[in-house]
Design a protein around this ligand. Sequence first.
Ligand code: TRP
Ligand code: ZN
Length: 883
Amino acid sequence: MRSDTPVTIHLKDYLPPAYLVDQVDLNLDLHEDYARVESRLKVRRNPAFEGDERAFLLNGELLELESVRLDDAVLGVDAYRLDDTSLTIENPLEQFELETCVLIRPQENTALEGLYRSGGMFCTQCEAEGFRRITYFPDRPDVMARFSTTISADRKRYPVLLSNGNRVQEEELDQGRHRVRWEDPFPKPCYLFALVAGDLRFIQDSYTTISGREVDLRIYVEPENIEKCDHAVQSLKHAMAWDEQHYGREYDLDIYMIVAVNDFNMGAMENKGLNVFNSKFVLARPDSATDRDFQGIEGVIAHEYFHNWTGNRITCRDWFQLSLKEGLTVFRDQEFSADMGSRGVKRIEDVRLLRAHQFAEDAGPMAHPIRPDAYMEINNFYTVTVYEKGAEVVRMQHNLLGEADYRKATDLYFERHDGQAVTTEDFVRCMEDAGGRDLSQFKHWYSLAGTPELRVEADYDVAAQVYSLQVTQHCPDTRGQKSKPPFHIPLALGLLDEMGADIPLQLKGEVEPGGGTRLLELRQAVETFHFINVPSRPVPSLLRGLSAPVKIDSGYSDAELMFLMAHDNDDFNRWDAAQTLAQRIILQLLDAYRAGNKLEVPQGFIDAFHKALTDQQADKALLAEVLILPSESLLGDQMAEVDVDGIHIAREAVKRQLAVALKTSLLEVYHANTESGVYTIGSAAIARRSLKNVCLGYLMLLDEQAIRDLCMAQFEASHNMTDVMAALSGLTNTDSPERGAALAAFETRWRDDLLVMDKWFSVQALSRLPSTLDVVKRLMTHPAFSMQNPNKVRSLIGAFCSGNITSFHALDGSGYRFLSDRVLELDRLNPQVAARMMRIMARWRRYDEVRQTLMKREFQRVLATPDISRDLFEIASKSLEVK
Ligand code: TRP
Ligand code: ZN
């Protein structure tokens, strides 16, 4: 057991800081086995602070304090208090300067928070509370200071020394060392501090802002990766232009730097003027990166760039407000990507993620509102809820206000709060003020957890030509929140006539009909809407584009779903109808399987798929999405108790029967979309590849030599990584000689490329063959694998435990034991990543008794282990809490 229970921090206890820091002068001296950090802070009492606290508290962890000086006088040990996590100066003056000198050990830092080594370089990660591992400082986002950073290091090993802002000084020192000073003119919270030192190369480009200022753009990478930066820099320029156009936001420094590092806990970090990126989201070349990778890079580069305004210029008052910057920035990057590629497909991908992960989180023991009100470890709250549901909540406000008023509201937000650390309330107030709307009920979306559920009942009065929809909403109880009040929900809908065209919508009381899509606003638990002049019974298209992050029970018949799938003019809802239908069919087969009956896919469903597949007019990107069946985990979410094996069997049966029935068309579409010409990453080419590869996936289920040859040929052509991986994944699922040959060839070709080897690990971890767990265990001893590298952990262990449902949930508990063993091992190295992995089992109560007992035992074992991290303790203890 941990000897102590970690403290819970509550939003209601928030107090402004008693002291503010105006200026920070940092001096970092980097050596091979330690670093010395001197800091000089200009501090003054916060005029807005009303309490009578008279002590200045600085956070600090894992620091070896060498000296403290107050206004140039050395402080004796009785003039301050020191413990494991803080340094407190009692009764200082109204204004003073505080100097500290500490030693830290970046070389021993495997947690990847604070200053650490990755490969041959030094880098930092300070969000959320990593700065306190570099020096003593009031580590909270509402303390914003100007930073000046001086770095000195060996010149040969670390020719490049970077920090935030502008480089203002450089000098050579004795003993082959050199020193560089950086100044950031913008006050910032310390979580946005960054430093990088290494032997790096950079590619350089420039961007002229809308007002004509020239910005120097640089991407720093290890020398061997210099050829892989092109896409990243193009994405950056697109993002800069997009933000000027869509939000009126211009970049504010003369230089923008991005550094790619191999060891990184998350995707990337928006440090002012010096973003640090997981190299996965920078490096790409057609032969080494898939279309998804290219899109991921574009999205993450934009995300971090957009943070410059939504996060950096305007930051969070406290970490409970995390969604203020993350939800808004995710919404911004989603819209950017929609504009760069296929809008319909982007929305589908985002909703898939939301439903698969966020809805699941909201229905489990870790459920929390997008603005949580309590946490033990803030790192555990960088969640799909705060990010993805947070983005949906901004999206809803965008939709409620409409494009023009939303823009006025964000303009107001930037004008009113520039340079401040604010709350989600401040954000919503801008929406209210600029949109002239009362959003008080809407704010439940910030404070309440859980996914609201809508039930819709329709009634058509032929004589009166009135179509009525009665909508009931209900939100399930979640941790500490029972019997919730109704939400303010924007419900976009259309009504389709017999031909599938939108009927112009006219609500009772309106003099004229409006357009084909209407945004209804639900506010009550039960509400009825009457549409007049509806000539015949329509088919409703509900919640178009998923206009709110809710579940909906629309009561459609199979025939209505097929009708929507064929005709709805809303791309998203066409796809969604197909998904709902597929889900229904799979769950029906599951029932048949459990009843011992034959698993037979209804002909109507096969016909609907055939029709979609052979529609010459079809949008290829969307068609590919339609052909992908709902995932096993999403199907599990629809059941009272997840039937792991049944779902797998039923879903595979549907896939195989579709493959058998549609073989000719699948082959035709496959060949029709095989490229011969030059490779591009334009939307049309991406669409062709994804459609072709979805077809190949089905065809490979036929287990025919001719198809395997086709697949092997695609693999060997090595035209681009998208095609190579699609082929390799197909082959890895077969028990054939081609499997081993392809995996070996791939390894030989790519063994020196870390990022590509991640794909090789994942594809094997996800294999549907039995004994995959043994393969995974063996791969852990592969020279390219390392427990210290989060990408490796995620691509091998993470992929297996969260993506290989049947193997992970093996009835002997071997998967569960494997996960908790790895988590405990990892917790000593990197608590953040360990806690994230543990969440994979958080919803253990959803399974049968045998599995529940096995998983519960692993949680108990983890909790009984001495000195587990606060991160892991919070996840394990909350997962076990009695409901
Ligand atoms: N602010 C980062 C983003 O969303 C998230 C992030 C990067 C992060 N690294 C982290 C959060 C480490 C916690 C810990 O862009
Ligand atoms: Zn972010």
